[in-house]
Design a protein. Structure first.
Length: 143
């Protein structure tokens, strides 16, 4: 069997490094968490506003606070805040679009219900005219 390596794309590496940084952060191994979080940021630098970058930037911020390196913690907090705000704006835009679609669906449903009610009303009017016509003929025949 030949020893062949499959190429690993950068998003897979970023996911692994991100998971490792979170693991080390949760075990209070801040230096290792910082190393893997920084590797994640280097791999994902083309996609600054991503959920992965938000997560690892937050880990970096908290890790530097634990190490009492407040200058770097402040830098990463500002970066984290910028990413979080951007992602929240995108999420709000998605929610607005979803609300528009829901409103459009409700409007179409109401229009369809009104059209069906209009058809039923026409049938009732035609039926009433037929009943009145039969009654008028019956009265004329009885006389």
């Amino acid at each position: 069997m030949a020893n062949t390596k499959l190429p690993i794309d950068s998003s897979t590496k970023a996911f692994v490094y991100s998971s490792l940084s979170q693991y080390y952060y949760m075990r209070n191994q801040n230096d290792s968490a910082i190393v893997y979080a920084a590797k994640t940021l280097n791999l994902d630098k083309d996609n600054f506003y991503s959920f992965t970058n938000e997560k690892v930037t937050n880990i970096l911020y908290k890790s530097y606070i634990s190490k009492e390196d407040y200058k770097k913690a402040a830098q990463y907090y500002e970066r984290y805040n910028a990413i979080r705000d951007s992602l929240n704006i995108e999420e709000k835009a998605v929610n607005v679009e979803r609300l528009k679609l829901e409103q459009e669906y409700k409007t179409r449903s109401q229009i369809q219900a009104l059209n069906e009610e209009k058809k039923r009303f026409k049938y009732y009017v035609v039926g009433l005219i037929l009943v009145v016509g039969i009654l008028v003929l019956a009265i004329l025949l009885i006389r």
